[in-house]
Design a protein around this ligand. Structure first.
Ligand SMILES: [Zn+2]
Length: 316
C-alpha cells in the first residue's frame, strides 16, 4: 500500500507518494507563507494532495493514508496543530478540517517534523534497524527526535521532545523561545554563524575574516578555514563542537541510544563534524568504560526524511 507524506515548512510544503519500500515515487511542492490564513492553508494542502495523485493517475482510493509533518507544536493524537511560529496556525483542528476538505475517510496523522525525520531514519536511513535512536536536526534551531525501545517519545499530548530548549548555560545566550542559555542558542546553525561573526570581528586579519568578506557569512566557512589551518576558524569549530557535543551527551545520559544521527545543513560538513563529535561522546558519556559504544553518524535521507517519515505516521 502507498501512503502520502507531506513535509510542511515555512516556505514550502513537499508532498510525496511513498511506496512499501519507503521510496518516494512522485513528488510535488506548494508554497507556504506566514500570511496565509488557516482556511486557505488547508485548501492549499488539499489541492497539493489531489494534484500529486492526479500526477500519478491515482485517486484517494489508491492510498492507505496521509501523514503530515509540521515545524511546530502538534497534539498528534488530537490531530491539532497547536502552534507553528513560521505559519499562521494556532490551535487548528487540522486533521478534522483537512479530512472534510479532502473527503477522505482513511487514516490522517500529523506530528512534529523532527519526529517524522527520526522515524524515517530509523526505518530506512542512517539508523536502520536500531530501536534506540536520537536525532538532532541542526538548522535555524535544533530539532530533536527520540526513539527509545522502539517507541517514538513525545511526552504528554506530544508537547515534549523539544531538546533544543534544554539549558546548556544557566543565564547564557538569549534564545528565540524567550529563555536564556538553551542548547540551540549555542549549537544551531544560527548560533554557529553568530560565533563565526564574532570571531571575524575579533580577528580581522584572519583567513576566516577574508573568506567571510569574499563569500559572506554561513555555517560552512569556519569549517572550510579551519581545515586550512586558520587559528581563528579552528577556535570557532572546536568551541562549536564542544557545545554540540555537550548537548548530545546530556541526551545520551538519559536515553543511552545505539546511535546518534546528525541532520540538517551543518551535517554536510561530514567527517570534520562527525569524527570530533564521536570522540566527544566517547570521552564524556556516563559509564563509557562499561557500556556499549554510542555511534555518531550523519543522517542519510536528507530532505526526503520529512516526507518519508510523515508517511510512516500512518503505519504507527
Ligand atoms: Zn530556547
Amino acid at each position: 500500500m502507498k501512503y502520502i507524506g507531506i513535509d510542511i515548512g515555512g516556505m514550502s510544503a513537499k508532498a510525496g507518494l511513498v511506496n512499501e519500500l519507503g521510496e518516494i515515487v512522485a513528488k510535488r511542492t506548494a508554497e507556504t507563507d506566514k500570511g496565509t490564513d488557516t482556511v486557505e492553508f488547508i485548501a492549499n494542502m488539499v489541492h497539493l494532495t489531489v494534484d500529486l495523485l492526479t500526477d500519478c493517475s491515482l485517486t484517494l482510493d489508491d492510498i492507505g493514508g496521509i501523514g503530515l509533518g509540521f515545524p511546530g507544536s502538534i497534539a498528534d493524537e488530537a490531530g491539532v496543530v497547536r502552534y507553528c511560529c513560521n505559519l499562521n496556525l494556532k490551535n487548528v483542528e487540522f486533521v478534522k478540517l483537512f479530512r472534510s476538505g479532502l473527503d477522505f475517510q482513511k487514516t490522517i496523522k500529523i506530528s512534529n517534523d523532527a519526529n517524522c525525520a527520526v522515524l524515517a531514519e530509523a526505518r530506512y536511513g542512517g539508523a536502520k534497524g536500531s530501536k534506540d535512536v536520537l536525532m538532532f536536526t541542526i538548522g535555524t534551531g535544533i530539532g530533536t527526535g527520540i526513539i527509545s525501545g522502539g517507541h517514538l517519545i513525545t511526552g504528554n499530548i506530544s508537547a515534549g521532545s523539544e531538546g533544543g530548549h534544554t539549558t546548556l548555560f544557566v543565564g547564557g545566550e538569549q534564545c528565540g523561545c524567550g529563555r536564556k542559555g538553551c542548547f540551540e542558542a549555542y549549537a544551531s546553525a544560527t548560533a554557529l554563524i553568530n560565533q563565526t561573526k564574532a570571531a571575524v570581528l575579533k580577528n580581522p586579519t584572519s583567513l576566516l575574516a577574508e573568506a567571510v568578506e569574499k563569500g559572506g557569512l554561513n555555517g560552512k566557512v569556519a569549517f572550510d578555514c579551519a581545515e586550512k589551518g586558520d587559528r581563528a576558524a579552528m577556535e570557532v569549530v572546536d568551541r562549536y563542537i564542544k557545545y554540540l557535543g555537550e548537548g548530545i551527551v546530556n541526551f545520551c545520559n538519559i536515553f543511552y541510544p545505539e546511535i546518534v544521527l546528525i541532520g540538517g545543513g551543518v551535517s554536510n560538513q561530514g567527517d570534520s563534524l562527525i569524527k570530533p563529535l564521536q570522540s566527544y561522546v566517547d570521552t564524556n558519556v556516563y559509564g563509557k568504560e562499561y557500556n556499549p559504544k554510542i555511534k555518531v553518524s550523519k543522517a542519510t535521507l536528507g530532505n526526503d526524511a520529512g516526507i518519508i517519515g510523515a508517511s510512516l505516521l500512518c503505519t504507527l
